[in-house]
Design a protein around this ligand. Structure first.
Ligand code: PA5
Length: 444
């Protein structure tokens, strides 16, 4: 019995029972491409065995760095964009109670460098005031503009507050082991640094120091996360669709895609899973959207979005399918209280648990959307623990890699992200991009 239960029982209207056996040969081929490295992008498969083969000394160093940061900093300013921050923020949000940062006197993990918003930077500086802080700069290439600008701003603040010598003790860098400007700067200044392994791309890096240091500073148990992922690694190895839920999910979304269900909505019924959807959107979108094909990844937060574009899901263009991440046992529950009078019409719910109501809403939505022509699958997450999160991360990582190979693309590159950078550099007048800039300015 799987730790994470994958439920595709509501797909019978959309996927004929023969279709899974029919796609098995393709899945077996995709599995071979992934496991044997015969597929495109084979240099970027080291995440596959990361949970069982991680560097134990480095993880101990992460724990020690996290302890130091917790003892001397009110804020850890975590700088990174895309795969260099989404996993960390997703995990920090998921593992802690909602509003925890408003109550918590412990070190707060704040994220910056994932936009070019001046208001955001100023708002964060205002929040920090004169409080103690450290910086975790995360960039594999070391040259990403958004994060490099943020690093400059916050590094200057750090030096202004502590002087160069102490500032150097408060900068933690997560980057490539040998290459890039950041690696060089770290060596020159003696900053504590952590390695993003060569064979792990940004969107697959949450279980490396990219995610682990911020998570550890927030108080999350990173060993438990790795243990959950390790058990998932062991579980999702068999290419047989009868025995591998992650592969079955990949196969079913591919079958649906080929029938015109080209948009997938990842849904939750828990606010602390919202960032999980953001992480998943990057994983799926950057991995699969290429060569003019791929499932478009989107997300919805229920029940609130049922009161907005829930209308579209129920009755709009029929190119949607849904994958729900359903938390089966929330960390705590609430009983709906009794009242003398039934003025709000809720008597029938008195004494009921709020999570039971949430689950009934989920069940009702699944049936309504299925009736409306939207295929729905569910990934049941047992609880809000680190172990469960690690398991879930690995489930989606391996499923998306198989999905990419099923669709005949390289799931591990991202050539499309260069186009905006080239234009931005041209318009910013970056040396080497002047001619592009001239052409673009004429078009504006
Ligand atoms: O998944 C990816 O590879 C990207 O999203 C990168 O993580 C992102 O562009 C940031 O790159 P870097 O870590 O080099 O700053």
């Amino acid at each position: 019995m799987s730790y994470i239960k994958f439920d595709s029982s509501k797909l019978s209207k959309f996927v004929h029972e023969n279709e899974l056996p029919e796609i098995q040969a393709m899945v077996t081929a995709a599995d071979e491409e992934l496991r044997k490295g015969t597929g495109a992008g084979s240099d970027f498969r080291d995440w596959l065995e990361l949970p069982t083969k991680y560097d134990h000394d480095e993880v101990s160093r992460i724990q020690r760095a996290a302890d130091k940061i917790k003892s001397d900093s009110k804020y850890l300013i975590t700088i990174g964009i895309g795969g260099s921050y989404l996993g960390a923020q997703m995990a920090v949000n998921f593992l802690h109670p909602n509003f925890y940062e408003r109550k918590n006197q412990a070190t707060q993990v704040e994220f910056v460098g994932n936009s070019l918003s001046s208001s955001y930077v100023n708002d964060l500086l205002n929040l920090m005031g004169d409080d103690d802080f450290s910086i975790n700069m995360i960039s594999k290439s070391g040259t990403t503009t958004e994060s490099a600008i943020a690093f400059r701003i916050f590094k200057e603040k750090l030096i202004e507050k502590y002087g160069e010598k102490e500032a150097n003790q408060r900068i933690y860098v997560t980057t490539d082991k040998a290459h890039g400007a950041l690696r060089h700067e770290a060596t020159v200044n003696g900053w504590e640094s952590f390695i993003i392994p060569d064979g792990v791309g940004g969107r697959y890096s949450v279980l490396t120091p990219v995610g682990l240091l911020p998570i550890a500073v927030s108080g999350g148990n990173i060993i438990d996360i790795l243990n959950g992922a390790a058990d998932a690694q062991n579980e999702y190895t068999d290419p047989d669709l009868e025995k591998n839920d992650a592969y079955r999910y990949a196969a079913l979304r591919n079958i649906l895609y080929r029938k015109g269900f080209t948009t997938e909505i990842l849904e939750n019924y828990e606010p602390n899973l919202r960032m999980f959807a953001e992480w998943w959107k990057q994983l799926a979108g950057e991995s699969e959207g290429k060569d003019n094909k791929g499932i478009y990844p989107s997300s919805a937060n229920f029940t609130t979005d049922l009161h907005s574009f829930g209308q579209y899901i129920q009755e709009g263009l029929r190119n949607l399918f849904e994958t729900v991440v359903k938390l089966d046992a929330p960390a705590s529950d609430v009983t709906i209280p009794s009242a003398d009078k039934d003025l709000d019409g809720l008597k029938y719910l008195e004494g009921k648990a709020l999570d039971w109501v949430n689950t009934k809403a989920y069940e009702g939505v699944v049936l309504a959307h299925t009736d409306g022509g939207v295929p729905v699958m569910t990934v049941h997450l047992p609880d809000e623990s680190e172990y469960s999160l690690g398991y879930l991360i690995y489930f989606f990582e391996v499923a998306i890699a198989i999905s990419g190979y099923l669709n005949g693309i390289n799931p591990f590159n991202q050539p499309g992200v260069e186009a905006y950078k080239t234009n931005m550099f041209g318009l910013l007048g970056k040396p080497g991009f002047e001619e592009i800039g001239k052409k673009l300015n004429k078009r504006l």
